[in-house]
Structure formats: C-alpha cells, structure tokens
Design a binder for this molecule. Structure first.
Ligand code: NDP
Length: 345
C-alpha cells in the first residue's frame, strides 16, 4: 500500500518523503516536469520505493486524474502539499487563489472518481494562514486555536500578495472540508489538515540551497546576506515559527493516528523577531562577524513577553505527543547549511 504525495519538489515535502521512505512506505509522488522527476529520483538514491508522476499544473482541471487513476488500487493515504507559496503574484486569482483551491478540489475529485474504495486517509497541507485573522495579528487579546478560521472573503482579501496567499489557504482548506461533507457517502477516507506557521529549517538536501530559498527560509537567508550598513529594524518581521522536521513528522502522524482524524493540527512553536535570527547568526557563526547587522541584541521575541495574537495549539501538541525543535536550533541549522553550501563553514 502506498502514500500518494503531491508537490514532492517542495521544501516541506522533501522532508515528508524522506520520513515516509525511512518508515518503509511506498511513495507515489507528483512533480511538475520530467527534469525535476529525474533530479529528485537521484537525490533519493533511486530508492525503489519512490515513484514520481508528472502533474504539471494543479490549476488545470483534472490535473490529478491520470496519476491517481494509474495507481488507484495501491493508494491508501494521500498527502496534498502542492500549492503556490509566495507573496508577489502578478495576478491574485490566477497565481494564488485559483491553483490553491482548484488543486485541492481536483485531487479529492480524482480520489472520488478512481480510488474512492482504496483511500483511507487524506492529509491536506493547509496553513496557519487559514486560521489567522489578518486584521488582528497584532492584537494580544486575540486568542486563536484549532477552531479558528481566517474570515477574509474572496474579494476582501485582494489587498496585497501576503493577504491573498493567506486567504488562498483558507479557501482551499474550506473547500476540502466541504468536499468531505458533500461526499461522505461517495468516499471512505477520513481527513486531517496540517496548519503550520512560518517553517524554518534546513533543506532536505544541501544542493537545494539556492541564492533565493523558499519563501519562509528566505527570511533567514536574506538576513545572512544583508549589508550590515543597511538599515535594520529588530522587529521588521515579527511572526511565528515552527521547524520543518516537526512539520514533516506531523504529516505522518496526521494519517497514522486515529485521534488525528478530523483534526486541524496547528504547527506553532514560538514567536520570532528578525532580531532573534540576527542574534543566532552573530553568536553561532564567527565568520559572519561584521558581515551582518547586529541590531539590538536580545531584544527579540525570545527575550521579551509575547506580543500580538496568542496561538493556543495545546490540543495539537497533545495529539502529536512530541517536543518541537526550538527556534535557535532551527535558525542555526538553516544558516549552517547555507554557509556550508557557500564554502564559508
Ligand atoms: P515550496 O514553494 O517549496 O513548495 C510548494 C510546492 O508546490 C512546489 O513543489 C511547487 O512547485 C508546487 N506548486 C505550486 N504551484 C503549483 C502548481 N500550479 N502546479 C503544480 N505544483 C505547484 O513551499 P513549501 O514547501 O514551504 O510549502 C508546501 C506547502 O506548505 C504549501 O501548501 C504551503 O502553502 C504550505 N505552508 C508552508 C509554510 C512555510 O512556511 N513554508 C507555512 C504554512 C503552510 P514549483 O516550485 O515548481 O512551483
């Protein structure tokens, strides 16, 4: 029996695939091109338990049909991770909203059409973006938990790329739960979602370090390469963090445990400010001395009381039952990999 995983070329997804292979699952993944397929198969050492199919664009109707149909009888679990994650779309609907929602509906429709009797569990990689209220992120009287929803509307969210991305995740997740409600007699699978805040941590493979990293790790990468003379505000980013290795682990537990059925798992460890990242860079890597800003050491989120929204994910932590990796370790590992790749470590 296999796990079908969309978006294998993604930052988070490669960690998921690694974990699945380590736990001896057969994996059927999707990637966007043959070149990417060949590259990734090589990265995973041509593991015979990994098969990759091409799904070029999840925003095209019936994109998943061929891959799901081909493997229908083998698929017991489906993890849908593919979705556009960037904040600078040219077209809000075409680049973010449509692919996020269409891709989610499409993979579920394909299961219904071809694998309804085989698929038992589905995990959707949603986001904290589907949980948050964009207008109340700085409000420390705002407490959110696994029952909270991003209230933005399709039209209302279209103010800036970040807000649209967040709403795209909310619409996609809502579409998934609605699909399940409407099709409860047509499919047998149970569903869970994984809803991470900003995800840091090393790429699964050192060679995946590029001049520009995936959207969340680029927050750290851009600070590593920041001109120390340029203006730096300790709080220029003040947000929430979790490590990629924990997010990957959660995707497996999301389909392995009975208790996670129907649950939204908020993957959140702690708040971070740009200053916290800069502090790790200055304290852990002498080769960066004088090459990155110093800011105001230890005035970040780690050393100061919580600001803004309170994220209560105690239910998730209890369900998962493991300790989350800390911010300092995650930033250290992310930066060390970048520096190693650049020959500076
Ligand atoms: P990546 O950008 O690394 O991965 C996204 C993957 O989805 C890529 O493989 C990408 O392919 C693929 N994809 C995007 N659009 C399409 C499309 N139209 N057709 C086919 N494939 C597509 O990001 P992450 O690994 O960080 O994100 C993975 C998931 O986790 C996403 O659903 C994201 O929303 C969610 N998430 C991420 C967080 C984070 O901080 N990293 C936080 C919360 C949620 P390509 O690169 O070729 O376009």
């Amino acid at each position: 029996m296999s796990v079908f995983v969309s978006g294998v070329d993604g930052f988070i997804c490669k960690h998921i695939v690694q974990d699945l292979l380590e736990q001896k699952y057969n994996v059927i993944g999707t990637v966007r091109s043959e070149a990417i397929r060949d590259h990734i198969l090589k990265q995973f050492g041509n593991n015979p338990n990994l098969i990759l199919e091409i799904v070029e664009d999840i925003s095209v109707p019936n994109a998943f049909d061929a891959a799901i149909k081909k493997h229908a009888k083998e698929i017991k679990y489906v993890l849908h991770t593919a979705s556009p994650f960037f904040f600078d779309p040219k077209d809000y609907v075409k680049d973010l909203l449509h692919p996020a929602v269409q891709g989610t509906k499409d993979i579920l429709e394909a299961i219904k059409k071809y694998a309804a009797e085989y698929v038992e569990r589905v995990v959707i990689t949603s986001s904290y973006a589907a949980v948050m209220n964009f207008d109340r992120e700085k409000d420390n009287t705002n407490v959110v938990n696994e029952g909270s929803w991003n209230p933005d509307t399709w039209e209302g969210c279209q103010q800036n790329g970040m807000r649209v991305y967040c709403a795209s995740k909310a619409f996609a997740e809502k579409a998934a739960w609605e699909f399940l409600k409407e099709n409860r007699h047509a499919v047998k699978f149970k569903m869970s979602t994984v809803n991470p805040v900003f995800v840091f941590g090393p790429q699964q493979f050192d060679e995946d370090v590029r001049p520009k990293l995936n959207t969340s790790c680029e927050i750290i990468n851009s600070l590593i390469h920041r001109d120390p003379a340029a203006p730096f505000d300790s709080n220029e980013i003040y947000d929430s963090f979790v490590d990629v290795r924990d997010v990957a682990k959660a995707h497996l537990i999301a389909f392995q445990k009975e208790e996670t059925i129907g649950q939204r798992l908020i993957m959140y460890n702690c708040k971070f400010a740009s200053q916290d990242i800069i502090d790790v860079l200055n304290e852990d890597f002498p080769q960066l001395k004088g090459k990155v800003p110093v800011g105001k050491p230890h005035t970040g989120a780690l050393d100061h009381p919580l600001k803004g929204v309170v994220i209560d994910n105690s239910k998730t932590k209890k369900l998962l039952g493991f300790e989350f990796i800390g911010l300092k370790e995650s930033v250290h590992d992310t930066a060390a990999q970048v520096l190693r790749h650049e020959g500076k470590l």
